[in-house]
Design a protein around this ligand. Structure first.
Ligand code: NAP
Ligand code: HSE
Length: 452
């Protein structure tokens, strides 16, 4: 599928670039545009000239950016008709209005803005098609890692079955530190913010919104389907406890915040569609995703013909993300120079996004139970009544029992149950039934097990 053909710019002396945003990413884009000018010109087929950098504060000096290029007339810069407008402001507004104004003025767009793409990508794609301009957004998912282009171009002839990955650097940084050093959640979050990984409001990272936006973008490209952000199931890591991290290690797992995009050929209710979800999950310690530490990201793609592919690298950081922005910029520039058709969104499959209840995976459920004959059988009956098969069940003396001894009340035990694969809806009914059962004192942890 193609957009209207734009006339070639071959023979042009230069292409103009307007940069909206001069923060963590924008300042690195400006620096690299300047420092690598000759290489970029050779690769793009024409010199790229930065004509302005839109910011709020034009007084503060910024490393790598010529002070004369700074402007707070961001609307004017966006609509100035530059060949390419690079948007690295973040957020929905004014970024959306500025991008639309830039497209109307004939500019192609390079953006790193996953929030906007996930929230209203359809409007941007429609405007790009209408105005015959390009819309590139490699940096919006997994920072420096070339991931969107492989999904959109290299795998265009294949059928992607599953995308499974760690796409948020901040949460991986936090979970890795909790896992490896027993670090405290709040301290590590502050460190991630200081290093520039976390979003301005870290809620987006730790509550899984950032990963959900990226999952929506990935699933859209992987399954040629529009994925409304509201259809992405999301849980963050703020509920992950130190006890869960320690129990995971003891059982041979690590906890990772995963984005999972899956094609479901036939759900328990007989529907075909896709499942897109984000949640903290247990990953076996031997799985390659378990070895992804710090702010790194890694994404597995399972495709019908290509088999399993893995993408790994820096998922955040100014200069790393600038690499992906500049890659897009060179692609857009080459097309301006050569002319010819551009890209448009491929959403022909139009698969329904199924509710999370249809997702199928394995589960680990931890209970505090009364320790007396028949309890194991009773718990097993609740699980089997929901049509779920138990893979393993381990009982140990509960922590709660130790300080008070037998006199402190009925003997209690910790029960860890791992299931075979089952639908989320079946798991939810098991948890409801166990929560109300007289032998169950509490359901202390419910985690999915992925990647095994
Ligand atoms: P940032 O450091 O907060 O920079 C934002 C820039 O935009 C600042 O220069 C700010 O100006 C400017 N700005 C914001 N609102 C403005 C407005 N209304 N008018 C004029 N200027 C405005 O953000 P960032 O970390 O570079 O992120 C930029 C984008 O890249 C976001 O979409 C983010 O999600 C994405 N991204 C970031 C990373 C990363 O590791 N940081 C990785 C991948 C993708 P002032 O400097 O004057 O305040
Ligand atoms: N806050 C994001 C992260 C930045 O931690 O992954 C990259 O999108």
């Amino acid at each position: 599928m193609t957009t209207p053909t734009t006339p070639p710019d071959a023979g042009r002396r230069e292409l103009t670039v307007a940069l909206l945003g001069g923060g963590t990413v924008g300042s690195q884009v400006a620096r690299l545009l300047h420092e690598s000018a000759d290489d970029l010109a050779a690769r793009a087929g024409a010199p790229l000239r930065l004509v302005g950098v839109g910011v709020r504060d034009t007084v503060r000096p910024r490393e790598g950016i010529d002070q004369d290029l700074l402007t707070d007339d961001i609307e004017g810069l966006a609509a100035s008709g530059a060949d390419v407008v690079v948007e690295v402001l973040g957020g929905i507004e004014p970024a959306r209005s500025l991008i639309l104004a830039a497209m109307a003025a004939g500019s192609s767009i390079v953006t790193a803005n996953k929030a906007l793409l996930a929230e209203d990508g359809a409007t941007l794609h429609a405007a790009a098609e209408k105005h015959g301009v390009d819309l590139y957004y490699e940096a919006s998912v997994a920072g420096a890692i070339p991931l969107l282009r492989p999904l959109r171009d290299s795998l265009a002839g294949d059928k992607v079955r599953r995308v499974l990955g760690i796409v948020n650097g901040t949460t991986n940084f936090i979970l890795s530190a909790m896992d490896e050093n027993g670090a405290d959640y709040a301290d590590v979050l502050a460190e991630a913010q200081a290093l520039g990984y976390a979003e301005a409001d870290p809620t987006a990272d730790v509550e899984g919104y950032d990963a959900a936006q990226k999952a929506a973008i990935l699933a859209g490209l992987a399954f040629h389907t529009k994925i409304p952000l509201g259809s992405v199931y999301r849980e963050g890591i703020t509920g992950v406890t130190r006890a869960q991290v320690e129990a995971a290690i003891a059982a041979g797992y690590v906890i990772k915040l995963l984005a999972i995009c899956e094609r479901i050929e036939r759900s328990s209710e007989g529907e075909a569609g896709v499942s897109v979800r984000v949640y903290p999950a247990l990953v076996p310690a031997r799985h390659p995703l378990a070895a992804v530490h710090g702010a790194y990201n890694a994404v597995f793609v399972e495709a019908a013909a290509a088999g399993d592919l893995m993408f790994y690298g820096a998922g955040a950081g100014g200069v790393e993300t600038a690499s992906a922005v500049l890659g897009d910029l060179v692609s857009v520039a080459r097309r301006h120079v050569a002319g010819g058709p551009g890209l448009i969104e491929s959403t022909h499959a139009a698969l329904p996004v199924l509710p999370v209840g249809r997702a199928i995976t394995r589960y680990q459920v931890t209970l505090e139970v009364i320790d007396r004959p028949g309890v194991l059988a009773r718990v097993a009956r609740v699980i089997s009544r929901a049509g779920v098969s138990v893979e393993a069940m381990r009982q140990s003396a509960s922590e709660a029992r130790r300080p008070g001894g037998e006199e402190a009340g009925p003997a209690t035990a910790t029960l860890v149950i791992e299931t075979h694969t089952a639908a989320e809806s079946a798991l939810a009914s098991i948890v409801r039934a166990l929560t109300g059962d007289e032998v169950v004192l509490s359901v202390t942890s419910v985690l999915r097990v992925e990647g095994s």
